[in-house]
Write a protein that binds this ligand. Structure first.
Ligand SMILES: [Fe+2]
Length: 246
């Protein structure tokens, strides 16, 4: 049975496509999960080669919220992101099947870990050439200034996931300021963590080489935990609602 929520959130995440309030999973580092050697050698090589040789990248538009804050910056992602449509018209359309296969395999693990039923956004491959970086951000909401706690363009990005294809580059560490964690992702690993502002994360500048990843997101469709566990999650969300980190 899908569990209902009734919180007095300023923003009704349910109507925006999320049934999971910010803070539901708390802020523990235990929710930043790595599954080592998730990709086979063949998958790593195939995906890296695609990222190196692909010429078909998404074209998107920037978007501001009502405060004038840029909540999606298309310039930052120009010629770097390849999602399904671009994959389908690329030199190697069957790469869609490779990424979708990985997503299906990971779905089982994510559903088990967070006790949820989820659906994925879709396949994506991103390249990070020298000089690219990403400022700390949450995936489903804004996290600082007057916008803190307000939705971004993707309020249904309840859980973030990433596959890493390679590690023959310098820089590009992934960091989580709230948890005080920073690491260079392992080639072939899958990672997943909550998309809210308690799991703000960023990417250090790539110093040399090319960093290649497959990021995507899960929308939680249902919580399969016990009623007691669900209420604990709501309590965590309530307790964290008005808190901010420095
Ligand atoms: Fe992110």
């Amino acid at each position: 049975m899908q569990k209902q929520i009734n919180t007095n959130e300023t923003h009704d995440y349910r109507s925006l496509g999320s049934i999971t309030p910010s803070g539901f999973f708390g802020m523990s580092a235990d929710n930043i999960v790595e599954l080592p050697n998730f990709l086979t050698e063949e998958e790593k090589e195939r995906l890296t080669n695609f990222a190196l040789t692909n010429k078909t990248w998404d074209i998107t538009n920037s978007h501001k919220n009502e405060n004038g804050t840029v909540i999606y910056d298309a310039n930052a992602w120009a010629d770097r992101v390849c999602t399904r449509r671009s994959m389908e018209i690329s030199h190697d359309p069957s790469i869609v099947d490779v990424v979708e296969g990985l997503i299906s395999r990971l779905q089982v693990e994510v559903e088990k870990f967070f006790k949820v039923k989820v659906q994925a956004t879709g396949p994506a491959i991103v390249r990070w050439p020298v000089g690219t970086r990403q400022d700390p951000h949450a995936d489903k909401e804004l996290h600082e200034g007057p916008d803190a706690g307000t939705p971004n363009d993707f309020p249904h990005y309840d859980i973030a996931s990433l596959f890493y294809f390679n590690d023959d580059y310098q820089g590009g560490e992934l960091f989580f300021p709230v948890q005080g964690i920073e690491f260079k992702p392992n080639a072939g690993s899958a990672y997943f963590f909550p998309g809210d502002r308690w799991y703000v994360h960023g990417v250090r500048p790539v110093i040399s080489g090319g960093r290649f990843t497959s990021p995507f997101f899960w929308q939680i469709l249902e919580h399969t935990c016990s009623d007691e566990e669900f209420n604990i999650g709501l309590e965590k969300a309530k307790n964290l609602k008005d808190k901010f980190y420095s």
